[in-house]
Design a protein around this ligand. Structure first.
Ligand code: AP5
Length: 211
């Protein structure tokens, strides 16, 4: 099963993808995580990507497409994968089509912007194991400490108020047109993301089951 999770920053793509990994046993491929890893390791690509990411802009298509294709070609993707944060532009979607990689369903997570801003500003990440928390909606048992691996939780660099606003603007302009793109292909399903994490996941399972 090859799935795309589409939706604005902070809508809950990463949270849902992690549950899907547990249940379906297929990997989550987050271009955001791949890029942050490249930035951390100071690779050529990471050094180029950093300035875009810190400003809330998209990293140029050619850099991200190469990164994604390399990842999808790995053995663990043979049974399927969850694309989280890719594609994010029409050229990225077209390049995915051109590469012959089949997509079964595109789950479009929807929430109003006020909800998104609240979710993004309260998010905390574990840089060690990738777990995602929220200070109100999904707090860790011990403040600022990951339940799973005891790592120290961090606030991402792109969570500043002005960067969040730019990310939302970039989403509206460059990524939202993908909803129509996949609607036309007949594989797009919208899920209401303004529900509990469990309910959102249950609706995703229904959407994926119908694919
Ligand atoms: P990326 O890492 O992909 O970030 P994003 O899409 O902006 O999404 P987030 O990870 O911020 O949010 P999310 O939707 O996963 O929500 P989450 O589950 O964390 O990209 C970062 C940057 O990398 C981009 O700006 C760009 O520069 C670059 N990039 C990445 N991909 C690219 C591409 N393809 N092309 C070009 N550039 C690219 O949830 C948010 C919070 O809400 C959490 O605290 C969570 O606990 C909480 N929450 C989640 N679900 C619920 C719920 N149902 N109820 C209550 N709280 C909830």
């Amino acid at each position: 099963m090859n799935v795309i999770l589409l939706g604005p920053p902070g809508v809950g793509k990463g949270t849902a993808a992690k549950k899907m990994v547990e249940v379906y046993g297929i990997p989550q491929i987050s271009t955001g995580d791949l890029l942050r890893e490249a930035v951390k390791n100071k690779t050529d690509l990471g050094l180029k990507a950093k300035k875009y990411m810190d400003a809330g802009e998209l990293v140029p298509d050619d850099l991200v497409i190469g990164l994604l294709k390399e990842r999808v070609a790995k053995d663990d993707c043979r049974k399927g994968f969850i694309l989280d944060g890719f594609p994010r532009t029409i050229p990225q979607a077209e390049s995915l089509d051109a590469s012959g990689i089949r997509i079964d369903v595109v789950v479009n997570l929807h929430a109003d912007e006020s909800v998104i801003v609240e979710r993004l500003s309260g998010r905390r990440d574990c840089p060690k194991c990738g777990a995602i928390y929220h200070i109100k909606n999904k707090p860790p048992k011990k403040p600022d400490t990951c339940d799973a691996c005891q790592g120290a939780l961090i606030t991402r660099d792109d969570q500043k108020e002005e960067v969040i606003q730019n990310r939302l603007q970039v989403y509206r302009k460059q990524t939202e047109p993908l909803i129509r793109y996949y609607e036309k292909k007949g594989i797009q399903k919208t899920v209401n993301a303004v529900q509990t994490i469990e309910k959102v996941f249950a609706d995703i399972q229904k959407a994926v089951g119908q694919a």
